[in-house]
Design a protein around this ligand. Structure first.
Ligand code: FAD
Ligand code: A2P
Length: 279
């Protein structure tokens, strides 16, 4: 992992160029490469940008044709943060990410300041526990929600299930969650409330298997020593591939949970982590 970050003392920090070259430009302040295919980065936040933790925006770079090349990205930082954080895949030959993966501190990206999305607290009815269910980069909206005090005010227990093929791909989420315990702002709120259940499917690790299997078999309840899921007490937010979302929705429905939306809050909500893959 390589990290390039600006500190307040850094001469470069004082010299971040005022965004001017690109429309809706924001300046990159940090970049971390987690694996060959995953990286995260932070950018300046437009002063006027208000968003609800869990929402996504359109970001991108100028394309070779001189037009903005934009893609949807979940905001991984919480709504109180001065900067914005994103967690990204590097798709081989992907129109945006083949370029975006090379951004450096001081570069500019385009950010359209119109946040939207369904993975927000307002779209769920009140409950006792909330489950964040993610595969791959689908953890990004939960990186925001897990750092939001409102999450711990609303629920007695927050359970983060994240599944990737390999252990290396879990690192961003693992380090974020470990860091939360020492966080000045919400360290105390998180203590004893946030349960983390990472699994791998294609290499050995402490807990293995797909989220769908671990929920339907009851393995995750047994491993964490908690009560099985009920429609009365449990709420869930889901973010992964289309196939994952479809399968996990069936499991949640089998426990009696129903899909909600901003306009009609219910027991669970779903967002695609990316498009373009068949079900
Ligand atoms: P594209 O042409 O967009 O994608 C090429 C192919 O790569 C896709 O068909 C798909 O098979 C695969 N792919 C794309 N994105 C992913 C991914 N994240 N994980 C696994 N396979 C993928 N991507 C992120 O990396 N982080 C995010 O926080 C994020 N949030 C999103 C939120 C929403 C609501 C949606 C709809 C998508 C989100 N994406 C996110 C996907 C993102 O919009 C782009 O698809 C991605 O950045 C790749 O862009 P590209 O132009 O390089 O390739
Ligand atoms: P698996 O290795 O068993 O396919 P991907 O990289 O293909 O998007 O997958 C990311 C993670 O999501 C992998 O651990 C994968 O498990 C898991 N996964 C993929 N599809 C599903 C699904 N339909 N239901 C549950 N888990 C899935």
């Amino acid at each position: 992992m390589t990290e390039i970050a600006l500190t307040q003392d850094s001469p470069a920090a004082a010299n971040i160029p005022a965004p001017k070259h690109l429309p809706d430009a924001q300046t990159v302040t940090a970049v971390t490469h987690w694996t060959d295919a995953l990286f995260s980065f932070r950018v300046s936040r437009p002063q006027s940008l208000r968003f609800r933790s869990g929402e996504f925006v359109m970001i991108g770079l100028m394309g070779d044709n001189g037009k903005p090349l934009l893609r949807a990205y979940s905001i991984a930082s919480p709504s109180w943060d001065d900067e914005l954080e994103f967690y990204s895949i590097k798709v081989p030959d992907g129109p945006l990410t083949s370029k975006l993966q090379h951004i450096k501190v001081g570069d500019e990206i385009i950010l359209r300041p119109k946040p939207v999305g369904t993975l927000v607290h307002d779209a769920l009815l009140p409950g006792k526990r909330v489950w964040f269910l993610a595969t791959g980069t689908g953890i990004a909206p939960f990186a925001s929600l897990m750092r939001d005090p409102e999450t711990y005010e609303k629920y007695d227990q927050v359970i983060m299930m994240h599944t990737c093929r390999t252990a290396e791909e879990l690192t961003y989420g693992r380090e974020l969650i470990e860091g939360l315990k020492n966080d000045e702002l919400i360290g105390e709120m998180v203590e004893g409330k946030l349960l983390y259940y990472p699994t791998t499917t294609r290499e050995p690790s402490e807990h293995m298997g797909r989220i769908t299997d671990n929920l339907s078999s009851g393995k995750v309840f047994a491993d964490l020593g908690i009560e099985p899921m009920t429609a009365e007490g449990d709420r869930a937010m889901v973010c992964g591939s289309l196939a994952f979302n479809k399968d996990v929705m069936a499991v949640l429905e089998s426990y009696g949970l129903r899909e909600g939306a901003n306009s009609e809050p219910r027991e669970y909500v779903v967002e695609k982590a990316f498009v373009g893959e068949g079900v």
